[in-house]
Design a protein around this ligand. Sequence first.
Ligand code: AP5
Ligand code: MG
Length: 245
Amino acid sequence: MPDLPGTDGTEAVVRKELAIAVVSELNLILVGPPGAGKGTQAERLTQDFGLPYYATGNILREAVANGTELGRQAKEHMDAGGLVPDDVIIGVILEALKQDEAADGFLLDGFPRTVPQADALGEALQNAGRKISAVLLIDVPDEEVVRRLSGRRVSKAGRVYHVDFDPPKHEGRCDIDGSELIQRDDDKPETIRKRLSVYHEQTEPLVEYYESRDLLRRFDGTRTPTEVHDHVRATVATLRLEDEL
Ligand code: AP5
Ligand code: MG
């Protein structure tokens, strides 16, 4: 006999939906060296999973462009290829994650980047009764980073292109908004080298940090953007499915 409204059957359905709402929160972190393709993949993943996207590099570049206090504190570190101090960036991200739009999940790109940042994020999420779903490591060797970043071009809104690997339809113009494509200030060869050494010293320890917490998922970032995307999307979709079962 079919379940009638108000009987145990209906309650079971409601209970299951509530359980899914609680566990299907998708809190993702993208990690990888400069030029690994974090921004490239983030654009696709936010569309796949409808997640709000917080990229610390983009947030900081916008602050510099707008001449805000945050931008003033960040500029010299960014221009030199170093990291902005932990206490400056931690507050920015923890505030962002408190917004309503991030209540059901988020995609972080470029944060955390140091162990103290990872500790601060873990503690804030735990205090809010939340947790990280997965840390997605996109890995590429240093020489590939140099090739990619020297040919990277970005639109005003942060859409990423590459002159050879992912060119726009019309040279020098963004496919989406038609704005002029520019080269980032920190994509000069000597700054790229510095960013790479900072990554190996300060960010790479996070690989072990999240591996030991069974949160790390590795992806071969040397494949094409579409191949990397297919792989990441399938992994995240499986994660979500496992959570809902
Ligand atoms: P940020 O903007 O985060 O720079 P990054 O980590 O160095 O990474 P990139 O944005 O350069 O690379 P990406 O992995 O996003 O690659 P993309 O998709 O563009 O940070 C900038 C600065 O801000 C830092 O140096 C620091 O000063 C500061 N900062 C930021 N966060 C901070 C934090 N938490 N704490 C302290 N300081 C912080 O791709 C690169 C190129 O390759 C593109 O041209 C793309 O078209 C191409 N490409 C992408 N995928 C592929 C592929 N599979 N095959 C071929 N080409 C590809
Ligand atoms: Mg990026």
